[in-house]
Design a protein around this ligand. Structure first.
Ligand code: B1M
Length: 211
């Protein structure tokens, strides 16, 4: 079955049509995981790429992410319990002392759209809270956001805290936020950096060797 109409609706952010197309696919006997992977996630991959290239802007990206989330709600009852496969667990948060979360929330939505399970710790997250959640969730990736040049250095402390807790080899670290650069990420020993939410998906997949 072609999911083109569903893809188009998610890309356009047309919630009504996207939900109808999702239901149509379910009624046609399509597997919920296939609808998720080949319809919804595929559409969000297109959206992420367009956003990264500057072909679409924040409102369109958020609208598509919301459309995807609404369709996931339609699909949920059609998954066997806990059968929705995740591409990986990601602990995400804005670092201590920093209350900016608009960009971090975009990153969360795009990663969710790409099929990752996100443990979003919110803003002003202390190093030990990150570490405890990484342990509890057996996280594959830690994502940190910082918008202030004064809070950026706290990312270094978190990476050190991970090393002290023996977790550095078990979790990949990706960082972002307006003042953060790839050079800074390299300097503090993070595994990756992303300049926007679309790039965050791309970089996270690279970290986990997901094609
Ligand atoms: Co603040 N603020 N702010 N602010 N604020 C900035 C960041 C600032 C640049 C404004 C300025 O002076 N021109 C400046 C920082 C200067 C600096 O340190 N370099 C600043 C300041 C100084 C402050 C206060 C100190 C102001 C004061 O009280 N004197 C204060 C600090 C509060 C605190 O955090 N402790 C403060 C407060 C606030 C508000 C609460 C009013 C509000 C935040 C509301 C909220 O987030 N819920 C706010 C806002 C809105 C901004 C601006 C205007 C917009 C930020 C934003 O949301 N951008 C900002 C100025 C600006 O950027 N033009 C500013 C849109 C968002 C989509 O982009 O967050 O960069 P961004 O996210 C991008 C990428 O960076 C990337 O993806 C997103 C795009 O897809 N990305 C990641 C982000 N996180 C990522 C993580 C990743 C990967 C990519 O991997 C995990």
């Amino acid at each position: 079955m072609s999911y083109q109409a569903l893809l188009d609706a998610v890309i356009k952010g047309d919630i009504k049509t996207a939900k109808e197309e999702t239901l149509k696919a379910v009624d046609a006997g399509q597997n919920a995981q296939d609808i998720l992977d080949q319809g919804l996630i595929e559409a969000m991959n297109v959206v992420g790429d367009r956003f990264s290239k500057g072909a679409i802007f924040v409102p369109q990206m958020l609208r598509s992410a919301k459309t995807m989330q609404e369709c996931v709600e339609v699909l949920k009852p059609h998954f066997q319990e806990n059968a929705m496969t995740t591409k990986g667990n990601i602990v995400l948060g804005t670092v201590k002392g920093d209350l900016h979360d608009i960009g971090k929330n975009q990153v969360r939505m795009m990663l969710e759209g790409a099929g990752f399970n996100i443990i979003d710790l919110g803003v002003d997250v202390a190093p030990e809270v990150f570490v405890n959640n990484i342990k509890e969730a057996k996280a594959d990736v830690l994502g940190m956001s910082a918008l202030l040049s004064t809070t950026m250095p706290s990312m270094t402390h978190k990476i050190k805290e991970l090393a002290d807790s023996g977790l550095r080899d078990t979790v990949k670290v990706i960082i972002g936020g307006a003042p953060v650069t790839r050079k800074y990420a390299e300097d503090i020993g993070a595994d990756s950096y992303a300049s926007d939410a679309g790039a965050a998906v791309h970089e996270t997949k690279k970290l986990l060797n997901i094609t």
